[in-house]
Design a protein around this ligand. Structure first.
Ligand SMILES: *Cc1c(COP(=O)(O)O)cnc(C)c1O
Length: 660
């Protein structure tokens, strides 16, 4: 970190756009309406505001909230959850299915389940269960530990509008006897527990245990559709998919159940074509195929009455409303519900059978928006963009050449001088390597080269079609902003699968962001960076983010949005950066209240995960200091200070602490 709060003069960059920068300019630059509506917007002060209840209810100023948290000694990075956004997402999903059901006169109902793998954290699941209650939202689990959370967190019977309903509990994933037995017994508590068979062998175990317990199972089958998903999870379907049964195997399952005289247990047909499906046509095709399988299975005597369409409902991370890349989708929630309801209705009408209860397992679409990660910038690093003030006549020829090249660059003549600049810079390095150029001279040569690039960039930056070579210039001039965050812990999908999340400053949005930067995290891993950003035009990701110049002693806060699904649980301890602080914010008419505060990992806690005992470590260090004292390598006050620091650090946050 070479230049903390560097103060490079970039006045000449700002000077080319004399009009005053407005918040509307920021809205466009960061596409906040596209991905943030109706929860996130920009206020007149140039701060992001959060409206947790969407178009209704109170809004709060995110910047002021962060300042208030810091005053309460809640350090950055901090993950802020807004349970009201969660509630709003659930309501929207149900409202969309309600509208679709009445629009198509669908004679059945819709029931949602939340796939708990999306975010299993207790406070989130508690909020979800609470806000899901009016809709009798159920849970979907994929493992034994998840089943255990569900059984203890979800009420077995949910009452809504005076109607009692058994809570839907869908059990996916590979299962052993204990899993199956627990799931079957849970039916005695009142749950509508459905065992979705992933492998044919599970049928026999279910049969054995259910006859032993005398509890009739409700069974589902997961079909491997031939419809190809698209994007990152495209291989979740098709013959080589990891999960599900082929049509041949489903027919085997029917035969097996018949032989047990249990075909009436087969009540649910499930499919899941992968997450973040960005194209509505893929969804439509999958529903059509699944509905046809449903109809055919009914025709051969099964007692199906649920059609579970899985997850896949996408989130518009870049706000472009397109299916050009995985960061967006070309449909909205209503289109999704309409197509599902219409396709199922049509298939059932044609076959003259009863329509199923429609179940969906949306995780990403429910949980993403409620999570906002706030982190601060520690410093930045960038090449100097202005030339040295004077070049002496007796300077080395190569430096004078670069100086002349710099002077020559203008609107009508830049391609050739640019090539010259590159060549002179390379020559300067060769001269240095053969000791014809001093270190100071090399520094001046490089400074002149960067100045050439900066001058050129000003000329080309508004041009639409510039060639790749000139595009390189933008990269050369990009600043590196060091952020108080671990990408591996807080945005693992960005590292692992290049998932894009909207990132932007949460304040100073009425000021021009005159810098272009990439973000480098705290880890000592060159992968620990964010250098791909959403592109408002929905095309290829941008390789820089518009940022403000840092100001001395003023914090600069960035927000990463839509991070509520998958990121928390998949984060890892690379370099031993632990879980971040988490708060739950609940608004009320006059403001807001901090409902939950979960302190992030301390150093002692992450060390314990790697089998170190803080006490033993401290004891070892004490021994080392005693030895050093004996050999007079350290003074008594120094040794005391070292031990005090060590002991204090053990109970501190793993991230950096910048005094507010
Ligand atoms: C992961 C998963 C989901 C959730 O998918 P989203 O795209 O996040 O909605 C739903 N069902 C199953 C079976 C899953 O494995």
């Amino acid at each position: 970190m070479s230049q903390l709060f560097s103060s490079v003069n970039t006045d000449h960059l700002a000077a080319s756009t004399p009009e005053k920068w407005t918040i509307e300019d920021s809205e466009q630059t960061y596409q906040i309406e596209g991905w943030g509506d109706p929860y996130f917007s920009i206020n007149r002060a140039g701060h992001i505001t959060v409206s947790p209840q969407g178009d209704r209810g109170t809004s709060l100023d995110l910047y002021e909230l962060v300042e208030a948290l810091r005053k309460r000694n809640i350090g950055l990075p901090v993950l802020i959850r807004f349970p009201e956004i969660l509630a709003d997402r659930i309501e929207r999903l149900y409202a969309c299915f309600d509208r679709a059901i009445s629009r198509y006169n669908y004679p059945g109902t819709y029931r949602g389940v939340f796939p708990i793998k999306c975010n299993q954290h207790r406070h989130l699941v508690e909020a979800l269960v609470k806000h899901g209650k009016p809709h009798q939202l159920g849970l979907e689990v994929g493992s034994k530990p998840e089943l255990m959370i569900a059984l203890a967190s979800l009420n077995p019977i949910q009452i809504s509008k005076q109607e009692e309903e058994e809570s839907l509990l869908i059990c996916n994933g590979y299962k052993d006897r204990e899993y199956i037995e627990t799931a079957l017994l849970s039916r005695r508590l009142g749950y509508q527990t459905i065992l979705v068979v992933e492998q044919l062998e599970e049928l026999q175990i279910i049969q054995e245990i259910s006859s032993e317990l005398g509890i009739k199972p409700v069974i589902g089958v997961r079909a491997k559709l031939s419809t190809k998903g698209t994007g990152r999870w495209g291989t979740s379907t098709g013959d080589r998919a990891k999960f599900g049964l082929t049509i041949w195997q489903i027919l085997q399952a029917v035969e097996t159940l018949k032989s047990y005289h249990q075909l009436d247990s087969l009540q649910l047909l499930h499919f899941h074509i992968g997450s973040q499906v960005s194209s509505i046509s893929v969804i439509k095709e999958a529903i059509r195929e699944a509905a046809q399988i449903y109809v055919e299975l009914t025709a051969i005597g099964s007692n199906l009455n649920y059609l579970d369409v899985g997850g896949g409902l996408a989130v518009d991370y870049d706000g472009s409303k397109t299916n050009k890349n995985n960061a967006s989708k070309n449909y909205n929630m209503q289109n999704y519900a309409n197509d599902i309801v219409a396709e199922i209705k049509e298939a059932c009408d044609q076959a003259e059978i009863n329509v199923p209860t429609i179940v969906s397992e949306s995780g990403r679409a429910i949980a993403s928006h409620q999570g906002v990660l706030i982190f601060d910038v520690l410093g930045s690093n960038e090449p100097p963009l202005t030339p040295p003030p004077v070049i002496e006549a007796e300077e080395h020829l190569i430096i004078r050449n670069l100086w002349e090249t710099y002077a020559l660059i203008n609107e009508n003549n830049y391609q050739e001088p640019y090539h010259d600049a590159i060549q002179f810079k390379q020559e300067a390095i060769s001269l240095f390597n053969f000791s014809y150029l001093s270190l100071q001279e090399r520094a001046r040569a490089e400074q002149l080269y960067w100045a050439c690039c900066a001058k050129l960039f000003e000329i080309i930056k508004h041009q639409e079609n510039i060639n790749d070579e000139l595009k390189e210039i933008a990269n050369i001039l990009t600043s590196i902003y060091y952020i108080n965050l671990s990408v591996f812990q807080s945005a693992p999908d960005h590292w692992a699968i290049e998932q894009l999340f909207p990132i932007m400053p949460i304040h100073r949005l009425n000021e021009q962001p005159s810098k272009r930067g990439i973000l480098a995290d705290l880890t000592c891993d060159s992968d620990g960076k964010i250098s791909q950003f959403i592109n408002p035009k929905g095309q290829q990701p941008k390789d820089f983010l518009e940022l403000h110049p840092l100001e001395k002693k003023q914090p600069y806060y960035l927000g990463m949005f839509l991070v509520g699904a998958y990121q928390e649980i998949m984060g890892n301890l690379h370099n031993l950066f632990g879980d971040t602080n988490v708060v739950h914010i609940q608004t009320h008419p006059k403001g807001y209240q901090i409902e939950q505060f979960v302190r992030g990992d301390t150093i002692t806690e992450v060390l314990a995960q790697t089998q170190y005992s803080a006490e033993e470590l401290l004891e070892n260090l004490r021994r080392h200091t005693e030895q050093a004292l004996e050999r007079k390598l350290i003074s008594l006050p120094e040794s005391r200070r070292l031990l005090q620091n060590y002991e204090r650090s053990l109970s501190n946050y793993t991230y950096l602490n910048q005094e507010p």
